[in-house]
Design a protein around this ligand. Structure first.
Ligand code: F6R
Length: 609
């Protein structure tokens, strides 16, 4: 959610900042902006819409070697040129990711002192506040160009802010300095001998080589060309170690694919393979003795990650006999959950940055629960903050709608359930071995589903979905979890109203929606619940619904209108059965001329509440 870039070196700051913004555009694409210092003067170019709008507005003659940039996901104030970042106060420019929760009160105070605001954002209070603190605390003997005085003014300003922020601050009085500070939102700094670079994600920061540093909360960095110094918010210098980061090759390249989402669907088999192999290494680091004592499991995540938890709950209970619960992170964090030392809280997150999931982790730690992160980003706050971690090796996901990360989360969580069943001896060994063998064969099954899907999901199938105004998804047990994820996938990139229900809930209200030709997508892969789900299909068909069944069971012909067959993989079926709806969602978005990689109002990484 919002991307921040900064650069100081010998090359063109605008080129490097714009290039970085394009790579961070997945974090928000409501507007973008660049601020540089040219011949001692601040130059700010910012435009509503995609980064390319800002890029096109930058004069070719602009020369600068220091700059900051921002790609925005709007929170306070509509997407517009004036609400875009950087926000300025005289000689100071600020880019911000996060939310300043007390901005209204700060704004009122500043306005009463004569400050005129030009935007509707929360961010604009920050540069004005810094300037006000500088002018109010400067005595006749103070030098406005003194770095220490400036630094302490920023510290004073930061102490007045509540909420979350990652900030990069530029000031024409210090034309070789960018100041960064963060609380709750991610920020990474890299430095080589000749340049320094700031980014919201480690992958982008690493592109420029050199040492990489991940800022902690309440940490400040003074960044110059090839030099970075770290401080706490009381102004004390801190020693900080750089991290080791394995660069991912070509993750930004589309290859022959029209969109990242399509590329990422095609990468599902390798994501599953890498995850199945990689989790074994993660299990070595788990604390077996503590896990053996676990009496309750709570799975926490948002959106797709929550659905992975929903699916894993069934598997965990079946394999380990430990009562397992699933919670949406934004509910969990305010629910005063009944958890303690004998509870395992599993935090599921692709980005490892999601604000609500991060807050859920903090709460679980406070309540002394054992915490396990299931994350795709090894250097993220959730990965680093949990007691232990299982890494989903899906590699970077760029399309806003999650695909390969979801399949990998299922693989990681199901594998963990088997591991737990093994150490707690809650399942016969031969069954555990057979399932481990099946997991190893999953990439092949997934590849076949993808290849046949891309072949047979043609315009006739897309026609079934494309012009619908509302679609209902049904399933029971683990199929309800898959139906929920399928429903989210389709709605977020096609803007069709989709909702998922447990098939048995229909009669308790939802069936009132059914009328002639209403489209119902039914998931049916659990043979033990087949007859029960079939009842629901007959009930909606009796009221005129069209049923699109996604199944690996033999169904009576009168129970459906369309049938899409998926492989029989027993309890592992969801890992493959979600794929047709991932493909259908993608192709429906394309048919509706919606950019599936950047659907409206969304951002890939949700770092605000
Ligand atoms: C939907 C989607 C979101 C994310 C959710 C959590 O396709 O991608 O629902 O799953 O925002 O994100 P992470 O997994 O990064 O915590």
């Amino acid at each position: 959610m919002c991307g921040i870039i900064g650069y100081i070196g010998n090359d063109s700051a605008t080129d490097i900042v714009v290039d970085g913004l394009k790579k961070l555009e997945y974090r928000g694409y409501d507007s973008a902006g660049v601020g540089v210092i040219e011949d001692g003067k601040l130059r700010v170019i910012k435009k509503k819409g995609r980064v390319k709008n800002t890029e096109e507005a930058i004069p070719k003659t602009l020369k600068s070697t220091i700059g900051i940039g921002h790609t925005r996901w709007a929170t306070h104030g509509a997407p517009s040129d004036k609400n875009s970042h950087p926000h300025i106060s005289q000689n100071i420019a600020v880019v911000h990711n996060g939310i300043i929760e007390n901005y209204a009160c700060l704004k009122k105070e500043l306005e009463s002192e004569g400050v005129v605001f030009t935007s509707e954002t929360d961010t604009e209070v920050i540069p004005h506040l810094i300037n006000k603190i500088i002018s109010n605390s400067m005595s006749d003997t103070d030098n406005i160009k003194c770095e220490i005085f400036y630094f302490h003014s920023i510290l004073k300003a930061i102490r007045k802010l509540s909420g979350s922020y990652a900030l990069a601050i530029l000031n024409t009085d210090f034309p070789d300095l960018i100041v960064c500070v963060k609380r709750g939102s991610p920020l990474v700094v890299s430095k080589s001998n000749t340049a320094s670079f700031i980014a919201s994600d480690v992958g982008v920061a690493s592109k420029h080589g050199g040492e990489i540093f991940i800022l902690d909360d309440d940490e400040l960095a003074l960044i110059k060309k090839g030099e970075v110094n770290f401080f706490d918010t009381r102004g004390r210098e801190k020693k900080k170690n750089s991290i080791v980061y394995e660069k991912e090759e070509n993750s930004d390249e589309l290859g022959n694919n029209a969109h990242h989402m399509l590329k990422e669907i095609k990468e599902i088999p390798s994501a599953i393979h890498e995850t199945v192999i990689g989790v074994k290494k993660c299990f070595f680091n788990l604390e077996k003795n503590k896990l053996k004592k676990i009496k309750k499991i709570v799975l926490v995540g948002c959106g797709t990650a929550y659905h992975a938890g929903l699916s894993a709950k069934t598997v965990l209970e079946k394999f380990t006999k430990i009562p397992s619960y699933v919670e949406v992170a934004s509910e969990f964090r305010y629910s005063n959950p009944l958890i303690g030392k004998e509870t395992l809280v599993v935090l599921i997150s692709q980005s490892g940055e999601t604000a609500d999931t991060l807050a859920a982790l903090e709460l679980a730690k406070k309540k002394r629960a054992l915490t396990l992160a299931v994350v795709n980003n090894t250097t993220s706050a959730i990965a680093l903050g949990a007691d232990s971690r299982i890494i989903t090796r899906a590699k970077k996901e760029i399309a806003v709608a999650s695909t390969k990360a979801y399949n990998s989360q299922l693989v990681a969580l199901y594998s963990f359930a088997l591991y737990l069943a093994d150490i707690k001896q809650t399942m016969p060994q031969d069954q555990i071995n057979a399932l481990k063998e099946m997991l190893l064969n999953l990439p092949k099954a997934a590849r076949e589903v993808i290849e046949s899907g891309l072949d047979k999901i043609n315009s006739d199938i897309i026609k079934i979905f494309k012009d619908e105004k509302a679609i209902m998804f049904l399933g029971r047990g683990i199929d309800y979890a898959t139906a929920s994820e399928a429903s989210l996938k389709l709605k977020e990139i096609t803007y069709i109203h989709c909702s998922a229900y447990p098939a048995g809930e229909l009669k308790h209200g939802t069936i009132a929606l059914i009328e002639n030709n209403y489209l119902v997508v039914a998931y049916l892969t659990d043979s033990t619940l087949k007859d029960k789900t079939l009842n629901a299909l007959y009930e909606v068909k009796a009221r005129g619904a069209k049923v699109f069944a996604i199944t690996n069971q033999d169904l009576p012909k009168d129970a459906y209108d369309y049938i899409y067959e998926v492989p029989r993989l027993g309890i592992l079926s969801p890992i493959a059965s979600i794929i047709p709806m991932q493909i259908i969602s993608y192709l429906t978005a394309v048919a509706k001329e919606i950019d599936p990689d950047k659907p409206r109002n969304l951002a890939k990484s949700v770092t605000v509440e």
